[in-house]
Design a protein. Structure first.
Ligand SMILES: Cc1ncc(COP(=O)(O)O)c(C=O)c1O
Length: 414
């Protein structure tokens, strides 16, 4: 018989197996100093493109003041208990109303962690007779929610509407047999490649099929749409999104999130979503902090304009310099390169140590073998100098990559 600890010792997991060489540098790096485009890594200033601080709210003076004030007024214990039992407050309900209003839904429910909320909401919305149809490149929180589902699920090829329609046909046949319903789940913006989900096209399928649409808009909320209400607003289909999820972990520069929908659906979630009914309510300082952030998102549209000015300059600059950035139509800016894993680690090492640029790298198994993605997240607090310096530096490191200078059998020493 096996022993759990012995098994874990032998199999560290796909990323954990590299922990010895990578911990503290490629994985679990420590960025220090005030959150922004210029932070310290291992004691040296780096130009940082790795944080989802899209609107620059993390270090906005009004946000910092509101956070400090709320921390001092309420402390982090308050309210004690789950919302349903003893942890409700007027401020929680005010934030829920304001968020619902912001994304044009009847009501919303606060959630402590976006990831957990998506898993739990999927679990809560469907029963074993229902059928889930979802995009193949969905975030882990959707995949894990689908894993909890006791009924059938059909996956469609990423953003492939023909395949989505095919899966809806299968789902419809099955749901007719079981007496169940269909939930389609996709994302507003796919966080690796930055392409928006084909919400408009999926919504159009409602004419032919009977289903409800659940959209995870983690990267869209605050960054897309005329008022920042997200990808549904951007594509003109916000009203046709039946259940909308937004996180506080990106544009809002905080933690937690919300799910917005019809009032009766939100009430159902309030009374049935296990991650919220069996967990402590969001602490008061976070609720007050989210209210301040929402106020700034609504009243300072110049933050979003600046974000897009930087995003457009970065994306067009990279394209003009000959880089492949794929089908992104959001702020997420991936730069696609070809190379092995040792080459990618040597390249990142060179970029960090000699060009002082810090960005995330995505390699196999997240993307196919031989592909390297350098993933840049522009923010409203980056400058044109940051953009130009990055494009110049990228041109130099890609020259070295093509010349084979990063070829090495061993992973860069860190
Ligand atoms: C698409 C998507 N959904 C959900 C989440 C999880 O959100 P949170 O960080 O609030 O748990 C993320 C964050 O990584 C995300 O990118």
């Amino acid at each position: 018989m096996a022993d759990i600890f012995e098994k874990i010792q032998a199999n560290r997991g796909p990323i954990g197996m590299h922990a010895k060489e990578s911990h503290g540098y490629f994985t679990f790096p420590k960025l220090e100093g005030d959150i922004g485009p210029h932070m310290h890594f291992r004691g040296k200033e780096k130009l940082n493109w790795s944080l989802n601080n899209y609107l620059g709210l993390a270090n906005h003076p009004e946000v910092r003041n509101a956070d400090a004030e709320a921390g001092s007024n309420f402390g982090f214990a308050m309210p004690m208990g789950a919302r349903m039992m003893s942890g409700n407050s007027n401020l929680h309900e005010q934030l829920e109303r304001e968020l619902a209003d912001f994304v044009s839904k009847e009501d919303s429910i606060l959630v402590n962690f976006g990831y957990q909320a998506m898993v739990s909401a999927i679990d809560c919305l469907v029963d074993r007779h229902d059928v889930i149809v979802y995009d193949a490149e969905s975030h882990a929180c959707i995949l894990d929610g689908v894993r909890l589902h006791m009924g059938k699920r059909y996956v469609f090829k990423h953003n492939d509407i023909e395949d989505c329609e095919k899966q809806l046909e299968r789902a419809t046949k099955l749901a007719e047999e079981t007496g169940g319903a269909i939930l389609v789940i996709t994302e507003g913006v796919f966080g690796m490649r930055g392409d928006q989900g084909y919400l408009k096209e999926i919504v159009a399928l409602k004419k032919k099929f009977n289903f409800r649409l659940f959209v995870d808009d983690a990267h869209g909320v605050g960054t897309l749409g005329a008022t920042g209400a997200g990808t549904g607003e951007e594509q003109g289909v916000q009203d046709d999104i039946d259940v909308y999820f937004g996180t506080f972990a990106k544009s809002f520069a905080m933690i937690g999130g919300f799910i917005a929908s019809d009032a009766q659906v939100v009430e159902y979630l309030r009374y049935n979503m296990r991650s919220q009914i069996f967990a402590k309510a969001m602490p008061m300082p976070l609720v007050a902090g989210a209210l301040k952030r929402l106020e700034l998102i609504r009243t300072q549209p110049e933050l979003k304009s600046k974000l897009w000015e930087i995003t457009n300059a970065l994306q067009s600059g990279l394209k003009n310099a000959g880089f492949e950035i794929g089908p992104t139509n959001s702020c997420v800016t991936p730069v696609y390169l070809n190379g092995s894993i040792p080459e990618s680690t040597n390249l990142i090492y060179d970029l960090r140590e000699n060009y002082n640029i810090f960005c995330s790298m995505v390699v196999y198994p997240v993307v196919p073998k031989g592909m390297i993605i350098l993933r840049l997240i522009p923010t409203a607090v980056h400058t044109m100098e940051d953009v130009n310096y990055t494009i110049e530096s990228f041109s130099k490191i890609v020259g070295k990559l093509k010349a084979g200078e990063y070829m090495s059998e061993t992973i860069a020493k860190v």
